[in-house]
Design a protein around this ligand. Structure first.
Ligand code: NAP
Length: 209
């Protein structure tokens, strides 16, 4: 699996470092490429997409409507992991006129790609080998999507980088995962609980995927 992470902010830096530690080939695509301290190569967004069989969106949701349509052909056939959350700049939930999830809006912009929602409900602060292991278990990576092979790849990726993957169902369920992220932010920021916090799904009957 070859991973391209789009954006070079907090989520990108943490996820790409985890991938590198797991010996997964990873590159970062950014509009202003730098050299990351973790030693992950950065390049332009189109060049990163060419490299990746799996492309992670680690950019603001509100940037996607302009950024993605010109890249739709380049992303044809690829697995696109939507790690975004529909947020306003003040971190409040952004209104989506259709009432659908942000992930479905992104899938509509990328009709030839296999869009899978993942990692959006995990704080960037938890995307390290130390923080993803909690006192009561491993942080859960909730995953929603429609393409079975793509889901399997994302489940494998989440596990390889140290999370406990949990497939929850088809892409429209991303709406709930985005709600979880809003809740996470409300607790961490609104209630000042901080971002060293994670969801762990405690399931007696494990469902394999
Ligand atoms: N932070 C978290 O804990 C967390 C957890 C889960 C999911 N998320 C979601 O993951 C995404 C990234 O979050 P983050 O915290 O990593 O944000 P961030 O640190 O602010 O980084 C955002 C990245 O997106 C790039 N970007 C912004 N607008 C762009 C545009 N129009 N075209 C291309 N690149 C653009 C920025 O590039 P420039 O530096 O050039 O502006 C930067 O590299 C967001 O959707 C967020 O909701 C965040």
């Amino acid at each position: 699996m070859q991973i391209a992470v789009i954006g070079n902010g907090s989520v990108s830096q943490k996820l790409s470092a985890l991938a590198k530690s797991a010996q997964i080939e990873v590159i970062v695509g950014a509009r202003n490429p730098n050299t990351l301290s973790e030693g992950v190569k950065e390049t332009s967004i189109p060049m990163a997409i060419d490299f990746g069989s799996v492309v992670v969106l680690a950019i603001p949701f509100l940037a996607c409507a302009d950024l993605l349509p010109p890249l739709a052909d380049k992303l044809e056939g690829k697995i696109v992991i939507d790690a975004t959350n529909p947020l306003n700049p003040d971190w409040s939930p952004a209104t989506i006129a259709s009432g659908k999830s942000g992930a479905e809006e992104i899938a509509a912009l990328l009709p030839k790609s296999k869009v899978v929602k993942a990692f959006n409900s995990i704080f960037a602060d938890i995307m390290t080998s130390e923080r993803q292991i909690r006192a009561k278990g491993t942080a859960t990576a909730f995953i929603a999507g429609d393409d079975q092979a793509a889901i399997k790849t994302v489940v494998d990726f989440a596990e390889l980088i140290g999370f406990a993957p949990l497939y929850v169902g088809p892409l429209p369920l991303a709406k709930y995962l985005e709600g979880m992220a809003h809740l996470n932010i409300a607790i961490a920021i609104g209630q000042q609980g901080g971002t060293d916090a994670a969801f762990l799904y405690d399931q007696v009957k494990a469902v394999s995927h």
